[in-house]
Design a binder for this molecule. Structure first.
Ligand code: IMP
Length: 188
């Protein structure tokens, strides 16, 4: 069985491969552009992306979308996380959070998988807080300012540990379970 991981980031393909080892699913990197619709919901962005790809005749694929949702900023940067990271960055977020005492935030990852004509959409989350300053050198994006345990930032923990608790790790785990179920149902 083959699944195209449609992304501009080859690192994601390796991550999917690692989780799907032993399931007999081959992950292939594909760069196919599709519109990311304007919506405040990751799930809507993913479902519309899947519909567009299917209209182009593409099947058996995975797409995903993630973001950081900060409670006291009304869910900002949310679906705009990539753009906000490139523009105001972590320093900008820390400025917006200056003096804010409730620092709760949640990372979310939505994955859409089309396999043998069936769509599966899963959402993984990771709750935590926005730290008062950026810390650590691992990871990417908002990792230095986000802490799941209120002690260390995501940029201060090893990648394997991050994957065990992260929104993406949780979402891939949910998808893996769903696929094991689907594959076993399809067996004669
Ligand atoms: P993507 O949809 O997975 O590409 O994520 C969109 C944006 O959310 C990224 O460009 C990052 O800025 C941010 N983001 C997503 N996941 C993470 C993470 O695990 N750590 C830090 N930032 C993340």
């Amino acid at each position: 069985m083959r699944l195209s991981v449609i992304t501009s980031n080859p690192g994601k393909v390796r991550e999917y491969e690692r989780y799907f080892e032993g399931l007999g699913v081959e992950m292939v990197h594909a760069k196919i552009p599709y519109d990311e619709v304007q919506s405040s919901e990751l799930e809507e962005v993913v479902r519309k992306g899947m519909d567009e790809l299917k209209k182009k005749g593409i099947s058996d694929f995975i797409i995903d979308d993630s973001g950081l949702f900060i409670d006291q900023l009304g869910g900002f940067p949310g679906v705009w996380s990539a753009y906000v990271q490139k523009t105001i960055g972590n320093d900008g977020i820390l400025k917006l959070m200056d003096g804010v005492s409730d620092r709760s935030a949640v990372f979310k990852c939505c994955i859409g998988c089309n396999l043998r004509g069936k769509d599966t959409v899963v959402i993984g989350t990771c709750c935590g807080v926005i730290l008062k300053e950026g810390r650590g050198t691992e990871g990417f994006g908002y990792d230095p300012i986000f802490s799941h345990d209120r002690i260390r930032s995501f940029a201060e923990i090893p990648l394997d540990e991050k994957n065990m608790v992260s929104h993406r790790g949780n979402a891939i785990g949910l998808l893996r379970e769903e696929m094991i179920h689907q594959i076993s149902k399809d067996k004669p």
